[in-house]
Design a protein around this ligand. Structure first.
Ligand SMILES: Cc1ncc(COP(=O)(O)O)c(C=O)c1O
Length: 429
């Protein structure tokens, strides 16, 4: 990557337009709602590619009925593995190490459960951090509880120094202080501040400690390249409805390092059975010799098909180019906030190597700023206590939109328009 992601930067609309004229342009492939859609880190929009794949599967269902399991193209019976093969380069894994299955939360349950049962070096504590997305802790605590392990004792939580980020040194120190940690489980990118973690370093630290390293990549998959196999990561989970634009409630993904094939998944189910003998209906479970073993029930084909379209699109441009464009867009946003919004701070690391695909713009009235932006056609989201999350997507977002959003924020702050809105009252933000 270029050391300066914005060569010749100027805080102008002309510069934004110049940048939009360079690089790939997939905008026309997406149905982006009117205005500026800056929320693709929560739910990406529909692409023609995703819609085409979904329509094909609906057609196969109409024409083939149950024969779709064997006669669809590709056959639904192996669809989760087929999509896993195509996802493997996106996360830097070998094909059989990736599968699509379940939801992210269910995948955390089954993988944490599996590796707690595996009792690496007899250790039963799980190391997480206090800024994690809450579902991670809910699921891990539940898995500890069902094993009779007190979650307050067995969930070791690394604290943040600034409420925004987690220092790798603090993770390493926490590992040293807790010899009984058997699993480190960290995010790829923090959901609020957008901090990108150094997966290679954390994996090394876990392994030196004799623990396994697992990651929740919900906020990094599709926008940041990964090298899971090369870095020796043990397992990972992620969703596809954010940066990969595979639709609300899309099937999730998981990775398990080949080294762990053959162990029994905590949430065993017939869809994780060895494929060749799955329909023998044997009462004994034989896990597939692949990440496919961590599937539970029947692959939800309709919730998986749009991902096929997203992968068609991604394969055209490739993940490294996506990342390069994402870094440039977030850099442009950060520099404009610095120049034009002195009342706001940037809660996201400024080093591109330490940030993912979205930016946390902080302001004490963040919630009301989000509401005012929405009423002016910009979709962003609020994360308590003071964050406006802004995600200029490298797939369909533009530099000009970033320019527009910062301009709208400037106008709102100047006019005090946000003060007309009520403070937060719950619901989906
Ligand atoms: C880091 C992270 N993990 C997990 C989830 C949600 O998981 P699920 O798809 O099971 O709802 C999210 C949702 O935003 C998330 O940000």
């Amino acid at each position: 990557m270029d050391s300066d992601p914005l060569p010749g930067f100027e805080p102008t609309l002309e510069y934004a337009r110049e940048r939009d004229g360079a690089g790939f342009d997939l905008r026309d492939r997406f149905s982006v709602p009117d205005g500026e859609y800056m929320d693709g880190n929560s739910l990406g929009p529909l692409s023609v590619d995703a819609e085409r794949a979904l329509e094909r599967v609906v057609e196969e269902w109409r024409e083939l009925g149950i024969r779709g399991w064997t006669d669809a193209d590709p056959p639904w019976f192996g669809y989760a593995e087929y999509l896993g093969d195509r996802l493997a380069p996106v996360v830097g894994a070998r094909e059989d190490e990736v599968v699509v299955a379940n939801s992210t939360t269910v995948n955390i349950h089954t993988l944490i459960g599996t590796f707690l049962d595996a009792e690496v070096a007899g250790a039963t504590k799980v190391l997480v951090n206090e800024l994690d997305f809450p579902t991670d802790h809910y699921a891990i605590r539940a898995q500890l509880r069902v094993r009779g392990l007190d979650p307050d004792e067995h969930l070791v939580v690394v604290e943040s120094r600034d409420g925004r980020t987690i220092e790798p040194e603090d993770v390493e120190a926490s590992l040293s202080a807790h010899p009984d940690v058997g699993v480190l489980f960290m995010p790829g990118v923090l959901y609020r501040s957008g901090q990108l973690f150094d997966i290679e370093r954390l994996t090394r630290a876990a392994h030196e400690h004799g623990a396994l390293a697992g990651f929740d990549l919900a906020h990094s998959v599709g926008v940041v390249p990964h090298e899971l196999a090369a870095h020796g990561v043990d397992f990972a989970v992620w969703c596809h409805y954010k940066h990969l634009n595979a639709g609300p409630g899309a099937i999730a993904g998981l990775y398990v390092n080949r080294e762990h094939f053959g162990i029994t998944p905590a949430l065993a189910g017939w869809w994780g059975h060895e494929k060749a003998t799955q329909f023998d209906m044997n009462p004994t479970f034989t896990p597939a010799d692949s990440a496919g073993a961590w599937q539970v029930g029947t692959v939800p084909v309709l919730a998986a098909a749009p991902l096929e379209g997203s992968l068609d699109l991604l394969e055209e441009v490739e993940i490294d180019a996506v990342r390069e464009r994402s870094v440039a867009l977030t850099e442009f946003l950060i520099r404009l906030v610095d120049e034009r919004l002195p009342e706001c701070s940037v809660g996201t690391p400024r080093d591109p190597e330490r940030r993912g695909g979205h930016v946390a713009v902080e302001h004490p009235d963040a919630y009301r700023l989000c509401e005012a932006l929405r009423d002016r056609g910009t979709v962003v989201d609020f994360r308590p206590p003071d964050v406006v999350r802004v995600c200029p997507s490298p797939y369909y977002g533009t530099f000009e939109e970033v320019w527009t959003v910062v301009g709208k924020l400037r106008e709102i702050l100047d006019s005090g328009a946000h003060e007309d809105y009520d403070p937060p009252s719950g619901g989906v933000t």
